[in-house]
Design a protein around this ligand. Sequence first.
Ligand code: NAD
Length: 285
Amino acid sequence: MTPIDGRAMARALTDRIAADVAALVGDGIRPGLAVVLIGNHAPSEVYVARKIAEAARAGIASFEHRLPADTDEAALLALIARLNADRAVHGILVQLPLPPQIDAARVLDAIAPAKDVDGFHPVNVGRLSTGTGGLVPCTPLGCMMLLDSVIDDYRGLNAVVIGKSNIVGKPVAMLLLERECTVTVTHIATRGLPEIVRAADIVVAAAGAPRLVRGDWVKPGAVVIDVGITRVTDTAGKARLVGDTAFDELGHARAATPVPGGVGPMTIACLLANTVRAAEAAGRG
Ligand code: NAD
């Protein structure tokens, strides 16, 4: 089995993005990413800090907006309206989850689709499902790039997606369908999941269920992408991240992504890629 090195691929992608940014800056456009963080949800703080650091590495300007946990929806919508109108801002990212007093769907709907670098706005979701461009969610985009590193011809391959969330499972299924895979989307109520996975040439696991996919579920020669991240504390009290697949049991697979070091780094690199795409489109527009 070939481990797919998401860290190395993300570094290479970020280097290519930095070159694109330099070209845009030469044309008088500095790509800008606004990151909105509400409250002090610890994992969100870590994600936002990483996104901002990687944006800086690529030469993308970032504008951080930190709002208190008791921020009301109207104040957040007012900020989004300002960012939508700000010509220095090409991408807007509202870090999820949001506090309970704020309706996340209403907030995501308020982001201008052209600046929706997370790809969660209904216009971008619709574009993805009709195969008509638009900004594609970062994690699914990263999954496809990881798959592209080992698969040339997707046509007719059986792909099984585990998880049907709007941010990973559904969009990744759409992208696989676009490549003419035969796609099965599974979820918590799916019956006979191991048998379904055994028929797959491509497995994308995005359930958040540690080591759900065991070695004997995976067909020899399959390619496995593990999106899951669960923080567990071992008996020695040490925290570590565990994926949705038993990576150590996948020796017979053709290729697989580890956790950490697989999908995670690609997600951030794809956020930068989307920001540059948005800036290029704004420059053309
Ligand atoms: P979610 O909780 O919104 O959705 C999980 C999906 O998995 C649901 O559709 C549910 O029905 C399904 N599911 C849960 N347990 C299952 C089981 N035992 N068998 C079959 N299906 C099951 O989660 P999400 O936001 O899509 O994230 C999924 C995982 O991916 C999480 O671990 C999350 O932390 C991780 N994630 C990683 C990245 C990254 O950059 N690497 C990005 C987003 C999410």
